[in-house]
Design a protein around this ligand. Sequence first.
Ligand SMILES: NC(=O)c1ccc[n+]([C@@H]2O[C@H](COP(=O)([O-])OP(=O)(O)OC[C@H]3O[C@@H](n4cnc5c(N)ncnc54)[C@H](OP(=O)(O)O)[C@@H]3O)[C@@H](O)[C@H]2O)c1
Length: 338
Amino acid sequence: MIETQSVNNAKSETNINWAIIAPGNIAKKFATALQGVNGATLYSVASRDVNRAQAFANQYGFETVATDYDALIAEPKVDVIYIASPHTFHTQQSIACLTAAKPVLCEKPMSINAKQAKSVFAAAKTNNTFYMEAVWTRFMPMLAKVREIIDSGRIGDIQTAQASFGIDVPFSLQHRLYDPKLAGGALLDVGIYTITFAQWLMQTPPQQITAAAQLGTTGVDERTAVILRYPEGQLLTLNSSINSKSNHEAWIFGSKGRIKMSAFWQCQEIALQLDGEHETIKIPHRINGYEGEIEEVNRCLRAGKIESDVFPWSDSLTVMEIMDEARRQIGLRYAGQD
Ligand SMILES: NC(=O)c1ccc[n+]([C@@H]2O[C@H](COP(=O)([O-])OP(=O)(O)OC[C@H]3O[C@@H](n4cnc5c(N)ncnc54)[C@H](OP(=O)(O)O)[C@@H]3O)[C@@H](O)[C@H]2O)c1
């Protein structure tokens, strides 16, 4: 007799009922994408304030609201929960959902450190329930194009690469980015995209990690630079900032040519530069760029998977481990989180 294992998120023909925890800034963009994804129902929303949940549900057309986060997690009709709260809540909220066998798509960073990340994966495994970190970058169709160019050998062997993600957010003690209690700072918020880019590009952990930062008055890193060295000597330089805007580009430098990726974390345009040949390639978002991660979750749930092959847990973990080491070197600790 063949034994079949039941997966808690298995879902076949019907629409998938999506729910959101913490309807803030990013949840708005996510809900806009949800509206345009086939097979996704905007089902429910939970906020710490039920009136805020109701206003959000009305604005985006969710079928219902939950009285609070716990009620949302307990709602049998909810098929998958998108967690869009600030960083410090991700681990606990993900584990609460997974323990109730609710599949999770959780905003980046999935946790504050690698130890917490492992506890989330353990909860997903124990409860046989889907989990993925919501790094939309990984689902940009342009990444497949860039990979195809690299694999074709047109730019030769990768020797160095760089990525820069700087935003300029006016200083405020009230803003989560400057608040150490919410695990603010450049590295965990925008630097994570540069490190995700590195992990995607190199597909292996670095051999050497070197980091420097400028910590601000609240103690979070306002600027961080990370250099990663890989086994064959490739060097990646990665910059992030929350108080100065950068060019938002990633460059991949090979022995025979270069690729420039504009707004690399949501890349819709690249420039391929070979000797005597320049080519621009554009692949616009179908909705607003968040559709790819939603469609991947839907695909995984329908296939009864607990982990995405496109963005596996091991990549999220490597990124967390690199950020742990970078934080160790720059002396950035979040109280009660290490
Ligand atoms: N993928 C992307 O492109 C992208 C872009 C921006 C941000 N993000 C990520 O998305 C997450 C949320 O960022 P955001 O800019 O949307 O944040 P936000 O608007 O400041 O907060 C999101 C929600 O979290 C809850 N919340 C806020 N402060 C809280 C606190 N002190 N204690 C408990 N709950 C709190 C609130 O929901 P309630 O209504 O429940 O109170 C709030 O609406 C972060 O992890 C961030 O890194 C991702």
